[in-house]
Structure formats: structure tokens, C-alpha cells
Design a protein around this ligand. Structure first.
Ligand code: SAH
Length: 372
């Protein structure tokens, strides 16, 4: 006797148009069904096939038997006094990730995670200290925008758009989860789904150069580079992936990416200010040199402290001074203001509990004990 095993239902939430069309073709249905289903899922937030009223009852029954629309489970949601929303979502396997929505005027910027934990171990990042568990699937990434919009119950989706911008600045290194992230980017930008424009969707990377080089083949989204240091010696220490892809190689790759875009676009250079480490005048001067010839704007992020990090946040005056040096050097320079402080949503504090597959979190805890 053969054992009957049920095949898992296909989760349609993470399927970009081409994949969804192929799926419908596979089950003997017309490809235009993909378009209809995409709109139901992403534009109307529908996860129950029975609500898809322009699809025949028999097809709905068929779909219910073989697929599903299942977003990640939200285990915690908090709305800050300033409107910032934060979610903790539990992923199959037990670990959690965090997603944050920052409203600002008529913009809503969603900060999404791409991996559970992170393998890069930047010295000042709390996610790095937790080690790495696994990549998120496309549906787990798209599920974050799906859940974020769903939290605005009862809004008229034709009139109100709670999410206008997306940044991959949550947990993880998006370019080390290339295929899933690019499928998610593609879906978020699709007019049949979330319609986020290419200027309002930003992939942030610590500098995985081969993946930046590959990006232009699959997307024209915007890019942010987590630079944090203006010379290789310091950057090797803060952002260890720099030992593999040093600053000049990284700058060339970003320039190539920008010049391949169909419009004039600037990269965002992220620079976390660590008191006494990378915030002196000489660093500003070196940074101005390093960025020559790269169309960019600079975003300064005052360090968000976490226990035993070993770093300090510079004073507001020091931050302002560093900003002035760069502005005088000709660069548009903004300072990221901390939002959602009361709910711990600030950058680098997106601490879900990671079931670490590396021994890094253990090493960090041991090191903390030695230093205490
Ligand atoms: N892996 C991606 C996304 C990371 S998070 C990247 O490196 O770009 C987004 C930004 O927050 C990065 O620039 C990261 O370096 C910065 N960051 C991480 N921890 C921080 C902290 N404790 N304080 C301030 N910025 C931090």
C-alpha cells in the first residue's frame, strides 16, 4: 500500500506576476486569472478565495484545495505616540522578525526584514550579535507589507495608502537573499500589487558587490549603501564584509548600478555616527573624497545604543557639526531622527529572538561576561 502524503498548499502571497501566470497555466487555467488574484491579494488584502467575486465558484473551490494566501503570524503590534507602528512576526521554525512603519506627512515608510538574523556581524549592530538563522522566503517578505496595510482596518484602499515607501533596513542583509528579495521587490513595485515606485523602494546593503552588479539585470529600484567609514582600515573593523569588497570596488559597483538606471538617481549613503570612532573632521574630509563622482545623498544615523555594544552615541552638537562639514563639502546630508522611541522601533533595535545557527550569539554573550 502506498502512503498518502498531502502536498503542502502553494502560498500565492509571494508569487510575482510571471510565476503566478505560470502556476495558473500549470493547473490548466487562463493566465489572466493571475492578474485578478494578484489584485485581490495585494490591492484588497483578501486572503479568502471565497471573497474573490469575479472568479467562478468552481475555480475558487479548486484553488482552495491546492493553494492558500497565508501571511506571517503577527505576535505583537504596537503603535507609538508619534504614529510609528511596529510588528513582531513569528516565522515557521519559531524565530521572529520585526517590521516598522514610520508615517511622515503623507508618506508612510515601511522598514522590512529580509533574513532572520544576519551573517555580516557589523560591529555596532545588535542584529549581527544575534547571529544568523535563515533567509526569509518571498512570501515572508511580502507578508510584512500585507500585514502592515491590514492593520489599518476599514480604510478605503482606493483613497488611502498607509505604505508609500519601502526600505530594506530591517533585520538581515537583503543582497545575501538575492532571489527572494528581488521577487519581493518586483511584487511590491508591480501596479497590480502595491505599486511602490522605483524611487520609493530602497534596497539597503552593507556592500555585497557581486549582488549589486547583478541587481541591474532584475530591477531598477533605489539603493542605499551602509558605508559607516571613509577608509578601509576603519571599515574593515566596523563592516567586516569590507575585507572582501573594499571601498573603491564598492564605489565603482554603485556608480555602475546608478548609470544603468533609466533616470537620474542618487544612492543613499548611510553613515552611523559612533562617538570618537568615525565622527571626526578627518573622517568627514575623507568621506567627501571617497564619494567624489558618485551621485548620492548622505543619511547620518546617530548610533542607537544597546547593552554592551562598546560604542557611544555622539551628542546632538557633534552630529550637527559632522553634518555641516559634509554639507560644506557639497553633499545633501540629512540626520535620521529617532522615531518610535517609546516602542523600541529605532534602527538597530529590531531585536526579534533569533535561533542562531552560528555560534556568534554565544561568543558575544561570553565576551560580554568577560568584559563585565
Ligand atoms: N544589511 C543592510 C540593512 C541593515 S539595517 C545594510 O547593512 O544596509 C539598516 C541600517 O542601520 C544600516 O545602515 C545599519 O548599518 C544601521 N544600523 C545597524 N545597527 C545600528 C545601530 N545600533 N545604530 C545605528 N544604526 C545602525
Amino acid at each position: 500500500m502506498t502512503e498518502v502524503t498531502s502536498t503542502p498548499r502553494k502560498n500565492l502571497l509571494g508569487m510575482p506576476k510571471a510565476k503566478l501566470e505560470a502556476f495558473f497555466a500549470e493547473i490548466g487555467e487562463k493566465p489572466f486569472r493571475a492578474k485578478q488574484v494578484m489584485q485581490w491579494i495585494h490591492q484588497y488584502g483578501v486572503s479568502d478565495f471565497d471573497e474573490m467575486t469575479n472568479i467562478s465558484k468552481s475555480l475558487r473551490t479548486k484553488l482552495k484545495g491546492i493553494c492558500e494566501i497565508t501571511p506571517p503570524e503577527v505576535t505583537y503590534q504596537n503603535i507609538s505616540a508619534d504614529g510609528t507602528r511596529k510588528w513582531v512576526m513569528r516565522m515557521p521554525g519559531g524565530s521572529s522578525i520585526e517590521t516598522v512603519l514610520i508615517p511622515e506627512g503623507n508618506r508612510g515608510t515601511l522598514c522590512v526584514s529580509s533574513q532572520i538574523g544576519c551573517a555580516l556581524d557589523c560591529s555596532f549592530c545588535s542584529t549581527g550579535k544575534q547571529g544568523f538563522n535563515r533567509n526569509l522566503s518571498t512570501e515572508e517578505i511580502v507578508g510584512q507589507i500585507f500585514n502592515a496595510i491590514a492593520s489599518f482596518e476599514g480604510i478605503d484602499r482606493n483613497k488611502e495608502r498607509p505604505v508609500t515607501n519601502v526600505v530594506f533596513m530591517g533585520m538581515g542583509e537583503p543582497l545575501l537573499n538575492f532571489d527572494n528579495v528581488m521577487d519581493a521587490v518586483n511584487l511590491m513595485m508591480d501596479d497590480l500589487a502595491y505599486g511602490i515606485s522605483k524611487r520609493r523602494l530602497t534596497v539597503s546593503t552593507a556592500g555585497v558587490v557581486p549582488a549589486i552588479d547583478k541587481m541591474s539585470e532584475v530591477t531598477d529600484a533605489s539603493i542605499a549603501i551602509s558605508l559607516h567609514a571613509p577608509n578601509d582600515e576603519l571599515r574593515n573593523e566596523l563592516v567586516p564584509v569590507n575585507k572582501k569588497y573594499p571601498i573603491d570596488v564598492l564605489m565603482t559597483s554603485v556608480k555602475n548600478y546608478l548609470s544603468g538606471l533609466p533616470d537620474k538617481r542618487k544612492a543613499t549613503i548611510e553613515y552611523t555616527l559612533l562617538a570618537g570612532v568615525n565622527d571626526r573632521k578627518e573622517h568627514a574630509q575623507q568621506l567627501i573624497e571617497v564619494l567624489k563622482g558618485l551621485p548620492c545623498k548622505i543619511n547620518l544615523i546617530p548610533f542607537n545604543p544597546f547593552p554592551h555594544s562598546g560604542y557611544k552615541k555622539p551628542s546632538n552638537n557633534e552630529v550637527r557639526r559632522f553634518q555641516e562639514w559634509l554639507t560644506e563639502g557639497g553633499y545633501i546630508t540629512t540626520v535620521r531622527t529617532t522615531r518610535g522611541d517609546d516602542i523600541d522601533a529605532a534602527c538597530g533595535q529590531l531585536v526579534g529572538r533569533v535561533d542562531d545557527r552560528t555560534k556568534r550569539s554565544e561568543r558575544y554573550i561570553n565576551m560580554r561576561q568577560v568584559n563585565e
